[in-house]
Design a protein around this ligand. Structure first.
Ligand code: GN1
Ligand code: MG
Length: 362
């Protein structure tokens, strides 16, 4: 560990009252926005997750902590057995450590003997992970949704995202635009999804609940021994949303074994078994609470989220990579092209995929 990191770590741990005795610290997970570390004790079982919140993206990090607190209180009262990543409080009783030099930090207990998966998941893992995302929203049923803050405005507002994309296309330097021409045309050619989004959001049967809003497969922890999903993590976008956003992002990230940034988008595939299993897993918790409108939009919401993520990556490429962390030239374009390919394959399978889940929807 570098000296600077060690001293930052010392300050953060002191702020949260964590005594360092035989802890190792290493980067954790694969987030594109925040910086996350796992602090593992070699001798004991006090392991911690430390997270530096990116305050360019999360302009008011205290809103994350506020929603975390509301959810944790509800769950403690109504579902005490539920494993929820409740943030630790600082020694001076704050839920964030904020300093002008070190930024904003949150700390969580780490569930030992767990692992997260990047890449391909089996149908069993898909079922179990989706069930955990469903359980989160189900256990939060009954809260007053209006009390929760909007952490990032318009986060899954596809119409707003599309307007930003159009703006980015208009203002992009010629070379960037040229490199992205096929992807731009693909998204413009499929803009009917944006119109469908507007109609869907007007349907009162598509209810607003507390949703996770970033249901990537690597945001689930699995028990190393049983292989079962035990809880969901990365709760920084826990806020009012739609089940369709969570289900759609699960479809987007579970069904293809290829990495989100695979340099060869031709590797994206649709695993039908994984699709069916994840829908079954989510429905095993959420179906009784979902309206017919929501249940009948399962295939569509996958389309919506792939499209949304595609234009988000492409917008960032056109704007000069301001939002997502990049490790190479053209990284965001590669990410966007993966979504283009995934969208094509997924849309081509609309009928067979719908046939496979018909029994769940009726
Ligand atoms: C970001 O930082 P991470 O990896 O948890 C993004 C999600 C995207 C995702 C794409 C706050 O999540 O919305 O789906 O990248 N989070 C934010 O990989 O923008
Ligand atoms: Mg996230």
């Amino acid at each position: 560990m570098s000296e600077t990191r060690a001293s930052v770590l010392g300050t953060i741990c002191a702020a949260f009252g964590i005594e360092l005795n035989g802890h190792d610290c290493a980067p954790f997970g694969n987030g594109l926005i925040n910086q996350t570390f796992l602090l593992r004790n070699r001798h004991g079982d006090d392991h911690w997750i430390l997270q530096q919140v990116n305050t360019t993206v999360f302009k008011q990090p205290q809103l994350i902590a506020y929603n975390n607190y509301l959810a944790a209180e509800h769950l403690r009262n109504h579902h005490p057995e539920y494993r929820f990543m409740r943030g630790l409080r600082t020694t001076d009783d704050r839920d964030l450590f904020i300093s002008p030099d070190l930024g904003a930090w949150r700390v969580f207990p780490y569930f030992p003997n767990t692992v997260s998966h990047e890449g391909a998941v089996s149908p069993q893992q898909a079922y179990s992970a989706a069930q955990q995302f469903g359980l989160l929203t189900r256990n939060l049923e009954g809260v007053y949704v209006g009390a929760f803050k909007t952490i990032i405005p318009d986060f899954h507002d596809l119409a707003a995202r599309y307007a930003l994309f159009q703006q980015a296309v208009r203002h992009a330097p010629a070379a960037r635009k040229e490199s992205a021409r096929d992807a731009i045309n693909h998204f413009i050619g499929n803009a009917s999804i944006v119109d469908e989004f507007k109609v869907t959001m007007m349907d009162p049967e598509v209810r607003t609940r507390i949703t996770h809003n970033d249901t990537k497969v690597n945001n689930v922890l699995f028990d190393k021994d049983t292989g079962q999903a035990v809880c969901v993590v990365d709760l920084d976008t826990l806020m009012p949303g739609k089940t369709l956003f969570d289900l759609g992002d699960m479809i987007r990230t579970f069904i293809s074994p290829a990495a989100e940034d695979d340099p060869d988008p031709g590797h994206t595939e649709v695993n039908e078994e994984v699709f069916v299993s994840l829908v079954e897993g989510y429905f095993s918790e959420m179906a009784p609470l979902m309206s017919l409108s929501e249940r009948s939009l399962v295939h569509w919401c996958g389309q919506m989220l792939i499209y949304e993520q595609g234009i988000r990556f492409l917008t960032d490429h056109l704007q000069g990579d301001l939002y997502y962390r990049i490790d190479r030239e053209g990284h965001n374009l590669d990410r966007a092209l993966n979504q283009v390919h995934l969208l094509k394959r997924y849309m081509a399978l609309q009928r067979p995929l719908n046939d496979r889940i018909r029994h769940l929807v009726a």
